[in-house]
Design a protein around this ligand. Structure first.
Ligand code: NAG
Length: 183
C-alpha cells in the first residue's frame, strides 16, 4: 500500500515533467562549436590514456601485452570521434568558431599521440606492426578526414602546426596520416 503510493507519486511527478517540457520547435543546426566539442571529448579521452602509456615506459614495463589494451582504447576513442564527426555533416561551418580554432585544438592531440607512441619504440621493437595491426594510423586518419570533410582546408592549418611532429609520425609509419596532412 505504502509502496504503491510512492510509485504513484513518482508516476504523477513523471507525468507533470513530461507535460511541462515543451517540444523543441527548431533544432539548432550543428556548427563549428559542435566540431570543437568532438575534438575536446577526444582530447579528454586521450588525456587519460597517454599518461598510462608514458607510465609504462617510465617503469620499464612497456611490452606488447601491456600496451595493446591502451592502443586499443586509443583506436576506439578515435573511432568515436569519427562517428561523431560523421553525424555533423551538414553543419553550418560559418559560425561557432573557425578552422583555425579546430586546427589549434586537434594538433596537440595528434602531437600527444605521436609523442607517447614514439616513447614506446625502444621497449617495443614490434611497435609499427602492432600499431598497424590495431589500425591506429587508419583511425587517426579517419578523424582528420572527417574534419576536412566538414571544414575544407583545415588540414593545411593542422599540418603547419605539426611540422615538428612529422618525424615522429614517419618513424611510427603513419603513412595515411602523413599523406592527409601533406607532410
Ligand atoms: C586538452 O586537454 C588539456 C588538459 O588535459 C587542456 O589543457 C586543453 O585545453 C585541452 N584541449 C582541448 C581542445 O580541449
Amino acid at each position: 500500500m505504502f509502496t504503491s503510493r510512492i510509485l504513484f507519486s513518482f508516476l504523477a511527478i513523471g507525468a507533470v515533467s513530461v507535460a511541462a517540457s515543451p517540444a523543441p520547435i527548431i533544432a539548432k543546426r550543428a556548427d563549428v562549436s559542435d566540431i570543437l566539442t568532438v575534438v575536446s571529448t577526444l582530447n579528454s579521452t586521450t588525456a587519460t590514456i597517454l599518461p598510462q602509456i608514458d607510465a609504462l615506459v617510465a617503469s620499464n614495463s612497456a611490452n606488447e601485452d601491456s600496451i595493446t589494451p591502451l592502443i586499443t582504447d586509443l583506436a576506439s576513442a578515435l573511432g568515436t570521434a569519427t562517428t561523431s564527426l560523421a553525424s555533423l555533416q551538414g553543419a553550418d561551418t560559418s559560425t561557432g568558431g573557425s578552422a583555425d580554432d579546430v586546427a589549434a585544438a586537434i594538433a596537440p592531440v595528434v602531437a600527444g599521440i605521436a609523442t607517447s607512441l614514439s616513447g614506446l619504440e625502444t621497449a617495443v621493437p614490434t611497435l609499427t606492426s602492432l600499431l598497424s595491426g590495431l589500425g591506429l594510423d587508419t583511425s587517426l586518419n579517419q578523424v582528420l578526414s572527417g574534419l576536412e570533410t566538414l571544414l575544407a582546408g583545415v588540414l593545411n592549418l593542422v599540418a603547419t602546426l605539426l611540422v615538428d611532429v612529422a618525424g615522429l609520425l614517419r618513424s611510427l609509419a603513419f603513412g595515411l596520416t602523413l599523406a592527409s596532412l601533406g607532410l
